[in-house]
Design a protein around this ligand. Structure first.
Ligand SMILES: Nc1ncnc2c1ncn2[C@@H]1O[C@H](COP(=O)(O)OP(=O)(O)O)[C@@H](O)[C@H]1O
Ligand SMILES: O=C(CO)[C@@H](O)[C@@H](O)COP(=O)(O)O
Length: 556
């Protein structure tokens, strides 16, 4: 049989990218990135220019199809591979990124009469305006002793499906009524490719409180939230939930023509970016924490049992690798914090200094920050620029930098921000490890490990663990290609299981980041200080952050 290939498409926060992969060894033959033409919509709606409120983050669904129009034909063209040797396509997506569609699967925001309605658009994962609904979900679920709550670390996030759906119902009942289905964007894109709507077990499990054995929480819970939600899971969330790696259906003729592929090739059910990355770094067994490091960090871990861990995002059976429990935790801003600093708060002289050395601003800051030893900046920061996803699960929390003086330098602040995100990860590592879900080594993928070596060394020093780095620059897309190979099946030239596919297709770099003992010792002290601030501001001793945030909203 000739060499076979699959295509993985990774839908990130700002762009989508396709990679064409050789199934015999995971070699990435060609890749192509399509930036989303409408970017993240967080200030004004396209077209009408209607202003959005604070904490909103939307996307345009056609941007996802644009990635299929541009990036898929580009990788086929560039590789020169005969399309009949491409046996499958898979995608992974940010999540919970969700949208309301009508009975034909058409996004409501594409209907002219609904275009200037903010609630008709795709709500991106980092849309945080459903926090009031999330707070109520958590309160009511705790009062009722709902069994699902511990599986989500004790709290449901405002980023997830039920909070977002309820916000739509509360603020735009007319949009709720017009909605036939609320879909994860990953499932919507798959439905566009196959003509068939199916829900994947990963987003259903992690983002919509679905459980492999128990299904959704019962109707009484939804009724207790709001009587109008009583039948939600049977109506607007209805549909079969299908395991990862399953063939969702063949590619339709029009989509095949648009992408330059053969009609009927296997389309894997949708997946989530961070989850798809796990087998792509070769992690198919417990003890290895995978960090998908980019705009945010998702922390993924496998286990053989369902354990309760404070503030984790969730534990889902078969949620990452079939046959194991998949654990997820996360930090909702990491690269985004560094970007904020560079774009919003950096003095102009740094840009000039970087330009005069022929360096980018991040590279200059990294170089200068690396001249300090741990602790030498005299600064300590809390990494909550976009709230806290784990372990506190509170989007009302905000950032802090402690220790600033008239002599504080930009590179010191930059280093303190890098360290703050490492402390946030340490908190997550400790939460898992102390709950019996062991974390022995770290695996890093995503944009950041390729971009910032200082950051990676700090993570090794702060966590005291060796870090293996993905060899692929497009790890989630490689993961999506692995799931596509499984959806295509062994007979077609793919694989029978994710484990078998990962064995052949995944790899990490030879070089690793090892903890430096003297740095580990200093960071241990700083981490204790971080913990004090973390608990003081985050566990209710002082809710000044919440008060300030509510004032900010009201004066906007
Ligand atoms: N040299 C750098 N050091 C640290 N962060 C960086 C650097 N260059 C870019 N970033 C940040 O990386 C993030 C993008 O990460 P990436 O993994 O490429 O994207 P995504 O999360 O959308 O998949 C941005 O938030 C950006 O601020
Ligand atoms: O929340 C999840 C996965 O559960 C991510 O999709 C979300 O953090 C976005 O990830 P990126 O930082 O865009 O890679």
């Amino acid at each position: 049989m000739s060499t076979k290939y699959t295509i993985g498409v990774d839908y990130g926060t700002q762009s989508g990218r396709a990679v064409l992969v050789d199934l015999s060894d995971g070699r990435e033959v060609a890749d192509h990135v399509t930036p989303y033409p409408h970017h993240v919509i967080d200030e004004r709606l396209p077209g009408s220019g209607k202003k959005l409120e604070h904490d909103w983050a939307l996307q345009h669904p056609d941007d996802y199809l644009e990635v299929l129009r541009q990036s898929v034909p580009a990788v086929v063209r560039e590789s020169g591979i005969d399309p009949s040797d491409i046996i499958g396509i898979g995608i992974d997506f940010t999540a919970c990124t969700m949208l309301p569609v009508d009975a034909e699967g058409v996004p409501l925001c594409l209907k002219p009469e609904l275009q200037d309605h903010p609630h008709s658009w795709v709500k991106l994962w980092k849309h945080h305006a459903a926090q009031p609904e999330a707070d109520l979900i958590n309160k009511i679920a705790a009062e009722r002793g709902e069994a699902f709550l511990p599986r989500y670390g004790g709290k449901i996030s405002s980023e997830w499906m039920i909070a977002k759906v309820w916000q739509i119902l509360n603020e735009a009942p007319e949009i709720y009524d017009r909605t036939d289905l609320f879909l994860e964007a990953t499932d919507w894109v798959i439905s566009q490719m196959t003509g068939r709507i199916v829900r994947n077990s990963c987003t259903a499990g992690y983002k919509a409180i679905w459980h492999k054995k128990e299904g959704y929480p019962d109707k009484a819970f939804f009724k207790a939230l709001d009587p109008r939600l009583e039948s939600l899971t049977e109506t607007k969330l209805r549909g079969d939930v299908i395991p990862l790696g399953t063939n969702a259906g063949g590619l339709t003729e029009p989509m095949a023509a648009m992408m330059g592929l053969k009609p009927g090739v296997a389309v894997a059910v949708g997946n989530v970016d961070a989850h798809a990355a796990v087998p792509a770094v070769g992690v198919v067994s417990p003890g290895k924490l995978v960090m998908a490091m980019g705009t945010s960090i998702c922390h993924m871990l496998l286990g053989t049992e369902e354990k309760q861990v404070e503030g984790m995002c969730g534990v889902v059976e078969d949620g990452i690798i079939p046959g194991l429990f998949g654990y997820e935790a996360g930090q909702s801003a990491v690269g985004d914090i560094f970007e904020w600093y560079v774009e919003e708060a950096l003095p102009a002289y740094v840009r000039d200094a970087a330009a005069s050395k022929g360096l980018g601003v991040h590279a200059w800051l990294e170089k200068e920050a690396a001249l300090y030893h741990p602790g030498e900046t005299g600064l300590l920061a809390l990494d909550w620029w976009n709230g806290n996803r784990s372990v506190l699960v509170d989007t009302n929390l905000t950032g802090v930098i402690l220790g600033m003086t008239l002599l504080t330098k930009p590179q010191e602040i930059y280093r303190a921000l890098l360290e703050a995100t490492a402390f946030g990860t340490r908190k997550i590592v400790d939460a898992f490890h102390s709950s019996g879900v062991s974390v022995d080594a770290l695996y890093a993928c995503g944009g950041l490990p390729q971009k910032n070596r200082l950051l990676m060394q700090i993570y090794a020093d702060v966590t005291g663990r060796e870090i293996f780095v993905a060899d692929s620059k497009q790890t989630p897309a490689l993961g999506a290609a692995i799931f596509a190979a499984v959806a295509a099946g062994e007979e077609a030239g793919g694989y029978d299981t994710v484990i078998a596919a990962a064995e052949k297709m995944a790899r990490v770099k030879e070089e690793t980041f090892k903890p430096i003992p003297e740095n580990v010792e200093i960071y241990e002290h700083l981490y204790q200080e971080y913990n004090l601030l973390h608990d003081y501001f985050g566990r209710g001793a002082n809710d000044v952050m919440k008060r300030l945030k509510s004032m900010k909203k009201s004066v906007e």
